[in-house]
Ligand binder design. Structure first.
Ligand code: HEM
Length: 444
């Protein structure tokens, strides 16, 4: 712990209730905080411990990194917290008030309504789209490797595949011709979200700065994708006796308890495009990085594709796409014996919780075997926890495992980069300059 004296208040009457870096040190580190937030958070945690208060007067800002602390915030104190944080407010510029950003009152009936669209049959239906996506990937890679090994950007390949699967499974639409445009628009829009969250004086979106214009263009492109999804369904309605209703069918149902307005339908479709594909793609990209840099594990997966679930779960531990989860406290709460007053920003970091030796043995080691008997309840939060647990968790886990198993057993994949690959900690974790990987055909 630092020996420096901390003030009793950080201004605006914000009390100091936990240890943390002094203001001067944080200011001096500002460049590092913006350029390498993961490293900064990790160093701060190593120095100060599991619950930290940053020297920020408004809102009082806390970092929670212990397994129990994360659980306290996300599960036990669900009713004492809200999603009205700067991070979620910025995200809602892109997704509107969809399920991910909506606050408790609007969220509760919506979650109840949308949950059935993720029932078992629907997840099984996703299999069809996973297989279709993989067969397209095989054809594409077959062309690329006609003359011998080829180098592919696994990050781009996984983004494309995940978007095709999300749009196919949830909205019954084939996005073939538009895949690159939609993934690019998603990334630009999310990049704008992060840039705004990191800049305390970001300019309102209606003011036409170059960054705002770029973000608005990306949002418009996403809106176009939403419109294409809606008009495709208007032309190809599901038959009344269709055995499985997909997400779009649920959103458009006029007999819902509270039928959705046009804007609400738009917001949910945008939410599912954004939340459902970049996260899965990020997880898969890092899984490939881990596999090609740990050839023994890749070999084990090739000989036993049933290990794919463990590999995917362990990759999510080391590279949780949602590396921070934020909440605002509605009343005073206590986390690991630290009082966190009402109206504070609480940052729960899966990146750090997953590296906490209180929950994990050799935390930085890639060891899929640790998931052989399932995921632990405490200290593993790649999908969040409690009432706001990811609604797409099971779909994502199925998708992740099937894709890893298929590619590992149909292709040779090899590292090009010497690790480590620099990480861009945006809304999700992404490789800074793509993830080039060498692929070649298997010798029969
Ligand atoms: C590996 C992939 C994924 C990861 C790591 C992930 C992560 C998360 C996390 C951490 C949350 C909770 C956020 C919070 O508590 O503030 C969340 C919520 C959510 N996720 Fe995912 N997700 C993934 C895949 C998906 C997929 C495939 C979908 C949709 C098809 C999806 C849709 C959502 C939605 C709608 C929410 C909000 C749920 C609610 O509040 O009721 N996610 N996700």
């Amino acid at each position: 712990m630092s020996g420096q004296k901390t003030p009793k208040k950080y201004g605006w009457n914000t009390p100091v209730t936990a240890v943390g870096p002094p203001g001067g040190a944080m200011l001096r580190n500002l460049k590092n905080i913006v350029s390498d937030p993961l490293n900064y958070l990790e160093a701060t945690w190593t120095e100060f411990g599991d619950v930290i208060q940053f020297p920020i007067p408004k809102p009082a800002t806390y970092l929670v990194t212990s397994p129990e602390g994360a659980r306290e915030v996300l599960v036990n104190q669900h009713n004492a917290t809200s999603k009205r944080t700067l991070q979620y407010n910025n995200l809602s510029l892109v997704t509107g008030e969809g399920l991910l950003t909506a606050d408790t009152q609007a969220w509760r009936p919506r979650r109840r309504m949308l949950q059935p669209a993720f029932h078992k049959e629907m997840i099984a239906l996703s299999m069809h789209h996973i297989e279709a996506g993989l067969s397209k990937l095989d054809s594409h890679w077959n062309e690329l490797t006609e003359e011998g090994p080829a180098i592919v950007d696994m990050d781009h390949a996984m983004m494309t595949l995940a978007l095709e699967i999300t749009c196919g499974a949830l909205f019954g639409i084939n996005v073939d011709d538009e895949v690159d445009e939609i993934t690019a628009a998603t990334l630009i829009a999310l990049h704008g979200v992060v840039a705004r969250a990191r800049n305390p004086i970001s300019v309102p979106l209606f003011i036409p700065t170059p960054a705002n214009l770029k973000m608005k263009r990306a949002i418009k492109r996403l809106d176009k994708a939403v419109e294409a999804i809606l008009s495709s369904r208007a032309l190809n309605k599901l038959p009344d006796d269709a055995p499985i209703r997909d997400m779009l069918d649920v959103l458009l149902d006029p007999d819902l308890e509270i039928p959705l307005t046009k804007q609400q339908i738009r917001d949910e479709i945008a939410t599912f495009i954004v939340a459902g594909h970049e996260t899965v793609a990020s997880a898969l990209t890092w899984a490939w990085h881990l596999l090609v840099t740990n050839p023994d594990e890749l070999q084990k997966l090739k000989s036993d594709p049933m290990r794919a679930q463990q590999v995917f779960d362990e990759s999510l531990r080391l590279y949780p796409p949602a590396w921070v989860i934020t909440r605002r406290t509605l009343s005073d709460i206590t986390v690991d014996d630290v009082l966190i007053p009402a109206n504070s920003l609480v940052i729960v970091s899966p990146w750090l919780v997953h590296r906490n030796p209180k929950a994990w043995e050799s935390p930085t080691k890639f060891m899929p075997d640790r998931f052989a008997s399932g995921a632990p309840q405490l200290g593993y939060i790649p999908f969040g926890a409690g009432a706001r647990l990811c609604i797409g968790k099971e779909m994502a886990r199925l998708e992740g495992a099937k894709i890893l198993a298929h590619i590992a057993t149909h292709w040779n994949v090899e590292a090009i980069h010497a690790s480590p690959v620099p990480i861009d900690a945006s809304v999700t974790l992404r490789p800074e300059a793509g993830m080039p990987i060498r692929i070649s055909r298997l010798l029969n």
